[in-house]
Design a protein around this ligand. Structure first.
Ligand code: ATP
Ligand code: MG
Length: 149
């Protein structure tokens, strides 16, 4: 299923709510994975902030993990108690992603794993893919892709 949205920054909570709803419905036995695609500045981190808020994490806690590569946040959502935010932008070879040690995070069905620049990593099975594109100064075109049950 592919859906396209044109959203300003203040509208992102609506999309975050939809995404979390889809993942709750899916009831996986491992961590759901959200892949965030799009150019520099397209809005991947900003969406992750909206997602964090949706999980009861203060959005001010969430920054681009560009230098840290991976960050874990604890939230208050009944299903998803943590959010792991990965930014693979700096990887030059897919094997470098091993340093992230995502295996443990990926086993936990109460954790959402959100990845910026997934193309720089070895293949991750996505539950949801979001592609961001700058429409204009105040708007992003965001394409949501997920498999229907
Ligand atoms: P990078 O690849 O460098 O990590 P990014 O995709 O994470 O970039 P952001 O840092 O989220 O991009 O956003 C870049 C800028 O775009 C920010 O100034 C942010 O305020 C603005 N922005 C993000 N999302 C939207 C939106 N939906 N509508 C309008 N502006 C937005
Ligand atoms: Mg970013």
């Amino acid at each position: 299923m592919t859906e396209t949205f044109f959203l300003g920054e203040e509208d992102l909570r609506v999309l975050a709510e939809k995404v979390v709803g889809l993942l709750v419905q899916k009831q996986k036995s491992s961590a759901p994975v959200i892949l965030l695609e799009g150019d520099l500045g397209a809005g991947k981190t900003t969406f992750t902030k909206a997602l964090a808020e949706e999980l009861g994490i203060s959005k001010d806690e969430v920054h681009s993990p560009t230098f840290i590569l991976k960050k874990l946040y604890k939230g208050k959502h009944p299903t998803f108690r943590s959010l792991v935010h990965v930014d693979a932008y700096r990887f030059t070879h897919p094997d470098e992603a091993r340093v992230l040690r995502l295996e443990e995070d990926l086993k936990d069905s109460n954790t959402i794993v959100a990845v910026e620049w997934p193309s720089k990593m070895t293949y991750l099975q996505a539950d949801i893919e979001l592609t961001f594109r700058v429409e204009d100064e105040h708007t992003r075109e965001i394409t949501l892709y997920y498999e229907e049950r």
